[in-house]
Design a protein around this ligand. Sequence first.
Ligand code: G6P
Length: 367
Amino acid sequence: ALIDKGNHRHFMQKEIYEQPVVVAQTLSSYLRTLEAKVALPDMEFDLGSVERVAIVACGTASYVGAIGKYWLEQMARVPVEVDVASEFRYREPVLGPNTLGLVISQSGETADTLAALRHMKSEGVTTAGIINVPTSSMAREVDLLLPTHAGPEIGVASTKAFTCQLAVMAALAANIARAKGKLSDADEAVLVKHLAEVPAAMNAALAHDAEIEGMAHTIAGARDVLYLGRGPDYPLALEGALKLKEISYIHAEGYAAGEMKHGPIALIDESVPVIVIAPSGPLFDKTVSNMQEVQARGGKVVLISDSEGLAQAGEGALATIEMPKVHPLIAPLVYAVPVQLLAYHVAVVKGTDVDQPRNLAKSVTVE
Ligand code: G6P
């Protein structure tokens, strides 16, 4: 079937808007809501024996891995390492016997990731893959295929594949945790409830589209933009910066909020917008104090938080974007939406080729 943009101006916009549906679609094959269980496809190995996880991916998918590291270590208490695929093989990684190798890829064809997968297999490592294209090379070669059901993604800058990958990553983390005796039935039920709420929360996030469009004009005039986050929202800050770079060509950097004082704070003045991703929760106060360091130097803050967070710290921000209140664990899935919309609208203001940004390819099949 031909894929068209429907009522949308760009595929990227359409794909951002599809997220509540495709994330629900993806979750439906991993959640057994009636039994309050998270399930995976059948596999020929025991997840309880996993002692380490080595995650390899490129680009946006690598940030799913970085978020997954927080989740896997917190929930399952297994050490996780995350590499971009182009570095993985050549650093001669030490892959112990009970390592699970995990590749994440929308296309399933990215050359570096495929080569990393083959390297892991040649070292005798059991592999799994979070992959969107079920007929791809990686999908055929992994020991355990964990499909995302995002549907075809046409926009070169990944959006819906990212959030679907996160949904599957959460399901994998929960299953390893349960297999290792680290996730009680009660905790699993809570997790299922939170994950099942994601599509509705994404819809609530999408409702702020017009506001975000309104701030795009200010951001479009900037030369540099910083994104800050903590915990699982730190890799989301990296993804926010990547999205903006890819499609608007504005220089952007993501930083762990607490690391800002070790360098990037030197860049801050009135001309640098700083996007702060900070759901209320245990890390909120720390992030707010980093945000205040920015404000004290004249930096223009866009604070993305929930009503509680905005009531506490929204004053003095250039702009705020209110997200629904969600559990900190699933926040990256929901907060991805305003981050993507912001990049999208800035690119539209700048008049770039949103779906086919210069110099980029949807699937990179050379090393
Ligand atoms: C390209 C795309 C990115 C994508 C990356 C990895 O660089 O432009 O959007 O994140 O490849 O692609 P994959 O298909 O492996 O997820």
